[in-house]
Design a protein around this ligand. Structure first.
Ligand code: SF4
Length: 401
């Protein structure tokens, strides 16, 4: 099966207050060195896969340049990255090639470079179409700038567009959330991602909320019940506009699902390069199901993690047992509205494993957190709201093969 290729660009113009990604603000002179290292790692992809016990595949049918803000690189640097990928992999003619862009950072030269590189999908980190909300978390765009970017991308021939929205931003109200949803729908984009604000110690806003403080507009963050209402309203409003939910946080018009992200949830192979990039390859050892690799999650650690003798990146490595693979099949597969097909699970892991899962499935269907139809299990809308608890049941009930 062809690989999905993920490329991480950990640079941003400013750090958004809610952001818990491995990205930061660095001077422009750090960027070329990073791009060179990325190109070096991509060039050694085959050895990296084999040395770490994975099966190699020289083709790719999705590429995803994320971060961070890839669109703040120079056009020539974007071209260098895609050139490296095409040198190493035979990229399918109909490959889905996505670049994440921060609205209002897209120069005409950059759009031209994206088109030249074969990019056919752009994901815009909009988060809110309400200017006050975007400003409060440190985003640099306005609603007007987002709509202009969408129009310019379409004129350039890139119409497969996603906008990200966050439910739970400071100052968000039911009315302003409705305004963001309405603007996303009216923009005509075929894909929308809706995330709940994550409150953890990895972001400045999250920290402030945990400490009960008021910096970063923390005291204007809607409460948890309201965030859940926003999420439910998004599911409903987007469905009315025929932008249908296919994953817990993702919605698209028919046939416009993110092919790259589907690989993660379907446990199909992918290779990641750059800061905090992860890979999953089928294992070359029949005793294991797959190999997971992880690159360091900060720029200095990534740049330092290089084996000069072997000419390979040093990375975290985990061999997945069949028991772990069985767990993943459920907790990743159940994120999808399409659910998990028990007949396929039986083919891969044996009928005994499926029968073991039936007890948990019976209990969860009784609680109306899951439903089962023609041997396909899926979460109910209620189950999606407590998905982590549901997934936990499959993790703790796994039986080693
Ligand atoms: S642009 Fe994206 S990656 Fe960068 S700080 Fe903001 S949310 Fe984080």
């Amino acid at each position: 099966m062809p690989f999905g290729i993920y490329l991480s660009v950990p640079f941003c113009k400013t750090k958004c207050s809610y952001c818990n990604f491995a990205s930061d603000v660095f001077s422009r002179d750090r960027m070329q060195g990073y791009v060179n290292r990325l190109a070096q790692d991509i060039a050694s992809a085959e050895r990296m896969a084999k040395v770490n016990g994975g099966k190699w595949e020289p083709t790719a049918d999705t590429i995803y340049l994320g971060g961070g803000t890839p669109s703040i690189l120079d056009p020539a640097q974007i071209e260098q990255i895609f050139h490296s990928v095409r040198q190493q992999f035979a990229v399918a003619a109909d490959a889905e090639i996505t670049v994440e862009c921060a609205p209002a950072t897209l120069s005409n030269e950059m759009i031209e470079a994206l088109v030249q590189c074969g990019v056919n999908r752009v994901s815009l980190g909009v988060q809110s179409f309400v200017d006050q909300e975007a400003r409060a978390v440190g985003r640099l765009h306005t609603c007007k700038a987002v709509l202009e970017d969408i129009a310019r991308l379409r004129v350039a021939g890139i119409s497969n567009l996603n906008v990200d929205l966050i439910a739970g931003l400071p100052h968000q109200t039911p009315e302003s959330w409705e305004a963001s949803l309405t603007a996303a729908i009216a923009s005509g984009v075929p894909h929308v991602s809706v995330y709940l604000l994550e409150i953890d110690e990895d972001s400045r806003l999250g920290n402030e909320l945990l400490a009960g403080g008021a910096r970063y507009h923390a005291h204007f963050v809607p409460d948890e019940n309201l965030m859940v209402e926003f999420y439910e309203r998004a599911c409903e409003g987007l469905a009315e506009a025929e932008i249908l939910q296919y994953e817990i946080s993702n919605f698209s018009r028919s046939g416009m699902e993110s092919r790259h992200n589907l690989k993660y949830w379907k446990r199909q192979p992918y290779l990641g390069f750059g800061v905090d990039a992860h890979s999953m390859l089928p294992s070359a050892d029949a005793n294991f199901d797959a190999i997971r690799l992880a690159m360091p999650d900060s720029l200095p650690a990534y740049l330092a993690a290089y084996d000069e003798e072997a000419h390979l990146p040093r990375l975290g490595r985990n061999e997945l047992t069949f028991s772990q693979a069985w767990e993943e099949t459920f907790f990743l597969g159940l994120r999808l509205n399409a659910g998990v097909n028990l007949i396929n699970v039986a083919r891969q892991f044996g009928v005994g494993q499926v029968n073991h899962a039936r007890e948990v499935i019976r209990e969860l269907t009784g609680l109306q957190l899951m439903e089962i139809e023609a041997e396909v299990v899926r979460l109910t809308p209620r189950g999606r709201l407590v998905s982590n608890e549901v997934f936990q049941r499959f993790v703790s009930d796994a039986v080693p093969r």
